[in-house]
Design a protein around this ligand. Structure first.
Ligand SMILES: [Ca+2]
Length: 237
């Protein structure tokens, strides 16, 4: 084989599907880490509230990977314990190769749970329907004929309690949400969040003046890949 033909082959194989190699299995999963499955302990929060989730239902759409678009995925309750494996969204046969430039949409997050501190309990059930596109995700998914590849959408639930949208190392607080329970019936309703200002929370340049819009904005920071991998974010797509 001549040197030039070798070069030609290697350049063609930049696109995995063009390599003509074996197929492998690509599995797409979603995982909420221990924060969703087990809750966020008082030690992990910065104001001593402990948060746990009764349900954390995420609707994923338009997963683009390996030249495919996976749509119509059923919503998944990621609060179901999985011992670290997450839950499967899809399984497909694809050409073996290394895949980058992945993206996906989280179109809805429905979260219900409670927070406790010093014998006080506050419940919440919020429907966060703020479609968010996560793209240019920082990960490489390797699919081999002999070994399946996994692309994990990782949901960082603790971000819902950040005290800043822009800080490098925000703190985790629940007190402002607890204080929003204006009728003191133990349930923090969406109407109560909408009526409450954001206090000392830092919205950066975002035009946010109530806790409902605040938690919507934070819900658009939940999506990651393969643990700590970041993606670019486009809101309201
Ligand atoms: Ca209330």
């Amino acid at each position: 084989m001549t040197k030039s033909s070798l070069l030609l082959m290697s350049s063609l194989c930049v696109l995995p599907a063009a390599c003509g190699g074996d197929d492998g299995t690509l599995v797409v999963t979603i995982y909420g880490e221990e924060f969703v499955e087990e809750g966020i302990s008082a030690d992990e929060m910065d104001d001593g509230w402990a948060v746990s989730f009764d349900s954390f239902v995420v609707t994923v759409d338009r997963v683009e990977i390996a030249g495919m678009t996976i749509s119509g995925v059923d919503p998944v309750d990621i609060s179901t314990p999985t011992n670290g494996s997450g839950q499967q969204l899809s399984q497909q046969d694809v050409a073996a190769g290394e895949y980058t430039d992945t993206s996906y949409t989280i179109s809805r997050v429905e979260v219900a749970g409670k927070a406790t501190k010093d014998g006080v309990e506050k419940t919440f059930a919020w429907d966060l329907a703020a479609p968010t596109r996560y793209l240019n995700c920082e990960t490489t998914t390797v699919v081999e004929a002999s070994a399946p590849g996994t692309f994990q959408i990782t949901v960082h639930a603790d971000h819902l309690f950040y005290d800043s949208i822009v800080a490098e190392e925000p703190q985790l607080f629940f007190q402002a949400f607890a204080d929003a329970d204006s009728d003191a019936d133990g349930s923090i309703t969406w109407e109560e969040l909408s009526a409450q200002g954001i206090g000392a929370y830092d919205p950066g340049n975002a035009d946010i003046d109530n806790l409902a819009d605040w938690v919507i904005a934070l819900s658009q920071t939940l999506g990651h890949v393969d643990g700590e991998g970041h993606c670019d974010v486009e809101g309201q797509v």
